[in-house]
Design a binder for this molecule. Structure first.
Ligand code: PD2
Ligand code: ZN
Length: 283
């Protein structure tokens, strides 16, 4: 069978962001070869990316991302849930981003931090090539997971998020609290998965992320969207919702983002990743 010896823009983006999170280039090359890439092409492409030399891509074989209004759009500028009003502070259309206040109240932020402290472990990422979770130098925070409805606080936040974004709780992954100490960061990445790593029982592709800020950070710790030049300063109780997956199964490359290093103080945040479909097998 003829080996693959061309690079799409999508694959180039993936390789660049994966390399930045610290995955060993040799492992990436091995995985590319297993997937049918020509070995010399795989190694030389990775070498060029590592040494920042030009990598030629073929014309995009995939269609450009088609923007579809996420369901939250139907809700206006003050989003009413059964227990509060969430105010929209900022909207961006491409990629779709909402910045809101009052998703969490100060007591909920403090309680989330308190219950996370005893169970923090080093944050991991899914290796986009192997699909296995692992720690990488590009993500230096620690985190704590909470099972769906694990306690009344988590359950009420999950209910509120579902009402906010108008997507059922069953599409939400387990909530994760993140802690960044001085110097800690999460380098540029996409929250969605490569197309060949999707599992229906786990809800298929990730289509959106709710990122909740649990404290004010003295300096640094902003969430950056480098492709659109956006920098969001963490503020206790506010949240970002970004939506990057449509009903055609496409994903939006403009949603590339990172958390820059904390310069002074510490950063606490919580994420809820949303899948296209219902999660029927939780892990
Ligand atoms: O903590 C953040 O600001 C951040 C930035 C980018 C978190 C994530 N991504 C994530 O958890 O996916
Ligand atoms: Zn992310």
């Amino acid at each position: 069978m003829k080996k693959i010896a061309h690079m799409t823009n999508e694959l180039k983006d993936w390789l660049t962001s994966t390399l930045k999170t610290g995955v060993n280039p040799e492992k990436i090359a091995d995985a590319m070869i297993k997937k049918g890439f020509d070995p010399i092409f795989a190694y030389s492409t990775l070498l060029k990316l590592v040494t920042k030399r030009e990598v030629h891509t073929i014309n995009q074989p995939q269609e450009p991302y088609v923007y579809e209004a996420p369901k939250v759009v139907q809700k206006g500028n003050v989003i009413k849930t059964s227990d509060r009003e969430i105010k929209v502070l900022m909207k961006i259309e491409k990629p779709y981003i909402l910045f809101v206040e009052n998703l969490l109240n100060p007591e909920e932020c403090d309680e989330l931090i308190k219950i996370s402290k005893p169970r923090l472990t080093p944050s991991e990422v899914y290796d986009p090539i192997t699909g296995v979770k692992k720690t990488v130098p590009g993500r230096t925070s620690s985190g704590a997971y909470f099972r769906l409805h694990e306690n009344p606080l988590i359950a009420s936040i999950e209910k509120r998020i579902a009402e906010f974004i108008n997507i059922p709780e069953s599409h939400g992954e387990d909530l994760q609290v993140l802690h960044y100490k001085k110097g800690e960061e999460y380098k540029s990445h996409f929250d969605y998965f490569p197309q060949n790593k999707l599992e229906t029982a786990k809800g298929g592709q990730r289509v959106g992320t709710i990122l909740m800020y649990l404290n004010d950070v003295e300096s640094g710790g902003e969430t950056i969207f480098p492709k659109i030049g956006l920098s969001v300063t963490p503020k206790k109780g506010t949240a970002l919702y970004f939506h990057y997956g449509n009903n055609k199964g496409q994903t939006d490359r403009l949603s590339l983002h990172r958390s820059i290093p904390v310069i002074a103080g510490e950063k606490w945040a919580a994420t809820k990743w949303i899948r296209q479909g219902e999660i029927t097998a939780r892990f």
